[in-house]
Design a protein around this ligand. Structure first.
Ligand code: DMJ
Length: 519
C-alpha cells in the first residue's frame, strides 16, 4: 500500500487556505502527487457489521411488520417500473411518469433513490432491474436546469451508497462523472455555490424566489458528506470537490452569526447574510444535520464540525426551543428576532439528529439532549395523532389556541415525507423504547389506509379528513427514506449499523471513515 497522501473524509485540506476560485480566475493547478486507488475490499473488511445484518432473535410480530414494509416497497417499485420507468417519479392515479424541473434533464430519480432500499430489503430481482436501468439507460449528457442540492442528495447520494453497499463499479463511475458536472456552480466570488446549475453548459444562478440572489443554507450546507466521498473515490489527492466544501465550511465558520444562529439566506457574492430568517425546518434543516454527521463520518476527527454543531444547537436551545401552553416542546422559527410559533414537517427530523448528537458528550448534556430529542419527537407524533388520517400536516402551529395542528388550509397536506419516522428510527435505535415501534406501525397502517391506491402510493391533500383527495405523486423520497426508515425501525440494530454508516439527508447510507482505504 502507498503512503497516505490525501485527507480522508472530514479532514482539512493540506494548507487549508485554498478558496474556491472566482468565475474569472485560472483553474486550480492539477495535483501532481500520485493518484491512489480506493480499496473496496479493505473498506468492506473495516465494517463492524455485515451491511444487511446477521443477528437473530426477533419476535414473529416484528418480523411480520418488517415483511409488510418490504411488501410496500415492492408495490411502490413495481408500479413505478410498470408505469414510469425512466421518468423521475410515478403518478399513481393517472399511471404515468412525472419529470419535474429539479433534476436538469436527468431521469430516473426514483430508480436512483430506490436502489439502496431495494438492496437492503433483499429485493434482489427488483434491485437487478434498477441496476440494469442505470447501466443501460442512465444518461448524464443532459442539458437542463438542475437543483444542485437535489441532484447531490438524491443522485450522488444514491449512487455513492449503492457503490459502497455492493462494490459495483458502475455506481461509483456515474457518481464521479455527475459530481464533476456540479463543480461549475461553485465559481462565485466567495465559492458559495448558487442553487441552480445547467448540467450541460455549467452556467449557474440563484433561485428566482431566493431573496436578492442569495444561496440557501440548507442547500450549500448539504454537500459536505457526498463531496468528501467523491473526493475519497476520485483518486485525486487534493480534489476540487474537497476544497469546495472545505471552503463553504470556512465561510460559515467565520461569518458573524446573529445570537449564534445561522440565517437561511447568504449572498454568494459578498458572503454576508441577506435576510435574518432562521429555521431548523425548510431552508435550514440539513445544514445542521450535516455538521454532526460530518463529525461522525470522520470517525469523530472533524472537531470543527462538532464545535459548529454544538454552538448552533446551544443557540437553538436558547432562542428557538419553546414549550406550548399544553406542554409540548417545539422549535420555533425566527424572523429578525421575532418568533414564529410554527414547526414544519421537515423540522421533525431534528428529534433524530439531536438524539444522534447526544450520544457523545458529558453525561449531563447527553441527558438533556436525549430528553429534548424525545420531546420533539413526541410533539411530531402529536401532529400525527391529532389528525383524522393519523398522518401529519406539512406545518403545524402553537398559537391562537392551536397545539401541533395546522391552522392554514395550505398547510394541511402530507406528501409521503419521512422526517417523523426518521426520528422514530433513531430514537428506537438509541433508546429501545418500544413506543417508537408502535408509533411507526401506526404510520404504516395510516399509509396503507389513506395513501395506497391501486397503482402505487400517493400524497394526500388534507390530513384532517378521513376521505382525503390524492395528489397523484409518489415522491422518490418515499422509497429512499420513508420506507427505508420504517423498515430499519423493525430490523435488528446491525442492519446498516449506526456504528458503520451515516445516512445522508435522503437516507442514503455513507460509510464512516474508520480506516484508510487507499490501495
Ligand atoms: C428529502 O428530499 C430530504 O430529506 C431533504 O433533506 C428534505 N426533504 C425531502 C423529504 O421530505
Amino acid at each position: 500500500p502507498r503512503a497516505r497522501t490525501a485527507p480522508g473524509p472530514g479532514q482539512q485540506v493540506p494548507g487549508g487556505e485554498s478558496r474556491a476560485r472566482p468565475a474569472s480566475a485560472e483553474p486550480p493547478a492539477r495535483d501532481t502527487r500520485a493518484p491512489f486507488r480506493f480499496d473496496y475490499e479493505r473498506f468492506r473488511r473495516s465494517l463492524r457489521h455485515p451491511v444487511r445484518g446477521e443477528r437473530r432473535g426477533e419476535d414473529p410480530e416484528t418480523r411480520a411488520r418488517r415483511m409488510k414494509i418490504k411488501e410496500m416497497m415492492k408495490f411502490a417499485w413495481d408500479n413505478y417500473r410498470q408505469y414510469a420507468l425512466g421518468k423521475n417519479e410515478l403518478r399513481p392515479l393517472s399511471r404515468n411518469g412525472h419529470i419535474g424541473n429539479m433534476f436538469g434533464g436527468l431521469r430516473g430519480a426514483t430508480v436512483i433513490d430506490a436502489l439502496d432500499t431495494l438492496y437492503v430489503m433483499e429485493l434482489e430481482e427488483e434491485f437487478q432491474e434498477a441496476k440494469q436501468w442505470v447501466e443501460k439507460s442512465f444518461d448524464l449528457n443532459v442539458n437542463g436546469e438542475a437543483s444542485l442540492f437535489e441532484v447531490n442528495i438524491r443522485y450522488i447520494g444514491g449512487l455513492l451508497a449503492t457503490y459502497y453497499l455492493t462494490g459495483e463499479e458502475v455506481f461509483k463511475s456515474k457518481a464521479l462523472e455527475l459530481g464533476e458536472k456540479l463543480l461549475p456552480a461553485f465559481n462565485t466570488p466567495t465559492g458559495i455555490p448558487r442553487g441552480v446549475i445547467n448540467l450541460g453548459s455549467g452556467m449557474s444562478w440563484s433561485w428566482g424566489w431566493a431573496s436578492a440572489g442569495s444561496s440557501i443554507l440548507a442547500e450549500f450546507g448539504t454537500l459536505h458528506l457526498e463531496f468528501l466521498h467523491l473526493s475519497e473515490l476520485s483518486g485525486n489527492p487534493v480534489s476540487v470537490s474537497l476544497s469546495q466544501v472545505m471552503n463553504i465550511r470556512r465561510v460559515l465558520s467565520r461569518v458573524e452569526k446573529p445570537q449564534g444562529l445561522y440565517p437561511n439566506f447568504l449572498s454568494p457574492v459578498t458572503g454576508g447574510w441577506v435576510q435574518h430568517h432562521v429555521s431548523i425546518g425548510g431552508l435550514g434543516d440539513s445544514f445542521y444535520e450535516y455538521l454532526i454527521k460530518s463529525w461522525l463520518m470522520s470517525d469523530k476527527k472533524d472537531s470543527e464540525a462538532k464545535k459548529m454543531y454544538d454552538d448552533a444547537l446551544e443557540a437553538i436551545e436558547k432562542h428557538l426551543v419553546k414549550k406550548s401552553a399544553g406542554g409540548l416542546t417545539y422549535i420555533a422559527e425566527w424572523r429578525g428576532g421575532i418568533l414564529d410559533h410554527k414547526m414544519g414537517h421537515l423540522a421533525c427530523f431534528s428529534g433524530g439528529m439531536i438524539a444522534l448528537g447526544a450520544q457523545h458528550g458529558p453525561e449531563d448534556r447527553r441527558q438533556r439532549h436525549m430528553e429534548l430529542a424525545a420531546e420533539i419527537t413526541s410533539t411530531c407524533h402529536e401532529s400525527y395523532t391529532r389528525s383524522d388520517t393519523k398522518l401529519g400536516p406539512e406545518a403545524f402551529r402553537f398559537d391562537a389556541g392551536s397545539e401541533a395542528t395546522a391552522t392554514r388550509l395550505s398547510e394541511r397536506y402530507y406528501i409521503l415525507r419521512p422526517e417523523v419516522v426518521e426520528s422514530y428510527m433513531y430514537l428506537w435505535r438509541l433508546t429501545h423504547d418500544p413506543k417508537y415501534r408502535h408509533w411507526g406501525w401506526d404510520v404504516v397502517q395510516a399509509l396503507e389506509k389513506h395513501c395506497r391506491v391501486e397503482s402505487g402510493f400517493s400524497g394526500i391533500r388534507d390530513v384532517y379528513t378521513t376521505t382525503p383527495t390524492h395528489d397523484n405523486m409518489q415522491q422518490s423520497f418515499f422509497l429512499a427514506e420513508t420506507l427505508k426508515y420504517l423498515y430499519l425501525l423493525f430490523c435488528e440494530d446491525d442492519v446498516l449499523s449506526l456504528e458503520d454508516w451515516v445516512f445522508n439527508t435522503e437516507a442514503h447510507p455513507l460509510p464512516i471513515n474508520h480506516t484508510d482505504f487507499k490501495a
